[in-house]
Design a protein around this ligand. Structure first.
Ligand code: CA
Length: 224
């Protein structure tokens, strides 16, 4: 999952970037509204954390422009003061959730998990595909109840695929959602990660759909 953080306060920005990457997200950051608007407009994110009080272009304007352009990405706004009018303006501009500063990072992470999960059409916090299970909070995967040891990149790949299980996910979409913009995206690495993941969760769980992409499936369902 890939997340954009638009925050002008350098300390908070660093703190958010660190916490989100520790939580398994690929993270891009922007320090003002114009840069944030540009990134959200051109890169596909699974969630955005958007401060409202921003230099160059304020957060409400950024959000209004994204929504006018048809951007559906879930957006959590950060409001500096506990002012109801700011929250109302944010929601009217298209926000999905908010937090008032100061906030606990754990609460932000929990809200983001819920937003990402709902945007992908899941109601339950634990994500499952047959007897393969992923707990996004603990960042742990299990197969038939037994833990599966995954590297951070394998976990990112599985997280995106299990959010979109049953659907054929194009290779370019996978690349865009598991790497941040500064990552050297050698397209071959995806095949390498898919290969490693198959070894750990079973080769019949990730189907290669030639020319289209990859599909995470429940092999018991497929053979039934
Ligand atoms: Ca600010």
């Amino acid at each position: 999952m890939r997340c954009l953080v638009v925050e002008d306060d350098p300390d908070l920005r660093r703190q958010l970037e660190q916490a989100l990457s520790d939580a398994g997200y690929a993270v891009d950051i922007a320090a003002d509204g114009e840069e944030g608007h540009f990134l959200g407009d051109t890169e596909p994110y699974d969630a955005v954390v958007l401060d409202l009080g921003l230099p160059v272009m304020d957060g409400v304007t950024v959000l209004e422009r994204w929504r006018k352009a048809g951007l559906k990405t879930p957006v959590l706004i950060l409001t500096a003061r506990d002012r109801w009018s700011e929250k109302v303006a944010g929601f009217d501009a298209g926000a999905d959730d908010y937090l008032t500063k100061p906030f606990h990072i754990e609460e932000l992470l929990a809200r983001l998990r819920a937003l990402v999960r709902r945007a992908a059409g899941h109601a339950s916090p634990a994500l499952e595909c047959g007897n393969l299970r992923l707990d996004p909070r603990a960042q742990r995967a299990s197969l038939n109840g037994d833990p599966v040891k995954l590297t951070s990149h394998e976990l990112r790949l599985l997280t995106y695929m299990i959010h979109h299980s049953g659907r054929v996910v194009p290779r370019t979409e996978l690349i865009e959602h598991i790497y941040d913009q500064d990552f050297d995206r050698d397209s071959n690495t995806i095949e390498v990660f898919i290969g490693r993941l198959r070894k750990k969760i079973g080769s019949d769980r990730i189907v290669t759909v030639r020319g289209l992409g990859y599909q995470l499936v429940d092999p018991d369902q497929a053979s039934a």
